[in-house]
Design a protein around this ligand. Structure first.
Ligand code: PT1
Length: 295
């Protein structure tokens, strides 16, 4: 089953080095979502304004965020692509300002090589790519930038991905995809310790696919690559609960907790304060169980 066997790290690395920031992979990391797209799926573009984005980032920091993920192109189902210039204008000034003002790594959520490059020059220290570096020059650029990269699985493209969803064996296919992408990354000289994998919940997947991937997340963790899970407010939670996007906090916490219990190291969330409390509770329970074992 484990098609990633070839690339197995004996153990998941202990740290993730994001430029000057060293993140501890032994405890759950919270990646806070900062969208600067006017059509962002769950905040309705509330934070497309520069100053509001700074305020939101500072709030996330106060709430205990570990990484801030900045995206200038929406990738929710049905979203249209934006031009490179537009994306650059949305993210670069914000990253410049934030990286000076707050002491937390910034991740750039983009698939465009130029945006990756400019974002890292502006102060970002991680790349989050829903196309897993498959777009033009993305592999070369990421290798040159020497920052961690999250490789996400997607079937199709955001605009049409929910229209023709097809898998024979979703878990196997997502595994095979990672194997190929990791191989390509290593060929281009990316550091193995800079690779993070993400099954891409909601990206060309039906509810049953998303649930299978969540149930099998521990298999991905066993590959030895850190696993990121992005489930926050997604439509799969709406399908289960019947709630609209504004009322999916409890459902989001439930799935984020499952992802962490299955060993995933990073959760990508909108609600940082609430997620942080959930993480604190999990950590307290884990500590109590290790203490018990040692008596
Ligand atoms: C994700 C992710 C992402 N999700 C990573 N980056 C989005 N690494 C953007 C829905 O079904 O999971 N991992 N960047 C947002 N994309 C979606 C997809 C938003 C599906 C909503 C849905 O509602």
């Amino acid at each position: 089953m484990n098609a990633l066997a070839k690339h197995f790290n004996k153990q998941t690395p202990t740290f993730l080095q994001c430029a000057k920031y060293k993140l501890n992979l032994q405890e759950p990391l919270i990646m806070g979502i900062l969208n600067v797209t006017p059509d962002s799926f769950s905040d309705g573009g509330q934070f497309n304004n520069f100053d509001a984005a700074i305020v939101q980032a500072k709030q996330m920091l106060a709430d205990g965020v570990d990484i801030i993920d900045i995206g200038g192109e929406s990738t929710r189902p049905g979203a249209a692509a934006v031009s490179e210039d537009e994306e650059l204008q949305r993210v670069v000034p914000l990253i410049e300002k934030l990286s000076q003002e707050i002491d937390v790594p910034i991740s750039i959520d983009t698939s465009k090589a130029t945006v990756m490059y400019e974002a890292v020059q502006a102060g970002a220290s991680m790349i989050n790519d829903v196309y897993a570096l498959q777009k033009d020059k993305a592999l070369q650029t990421a290798a040159q930038l020497k920052v961690p990269v999250c490789l996400m699985h997607m079937q199709g493209s955001p605009e049409t991905m929910q229209k023709n969803v097809q898998y024979k064996n979703i878990t196997q296919e997502v595994f095979d995809f990672f194997e190929k992408r990791i191989e390509a990354c290593l060929e281009f000289g990316l550091n193995k310790e800079h690779i993070i994998i993400d099954p891409g919940f909601g990206f060309g997947k039906h509810l049953q696919h998303n649930l299978e991937l969540l149930n099998k997340l521990d298999l991905f963790v066993e590959s030895g690559f850190p696993v990121l899970a992005g489930l926050s407010r997604k439509s799969m939670l709406g399908q289960i609960t019947g709630k609209d996007v504004k009322n999916r906090l409890a459902a989001s916490l439930a799935v984020a907790q499952i992802a962490l219990q299955k060993g995933s190291q990073i959760i990508r969330v909108h609600d940082v304060a609430e997620s942080k409390d959930m993480v604190r509770v999990l950590q307290a329970i884990k500590m109590a169980s290790t203490n018990l074992n040692s008596v």
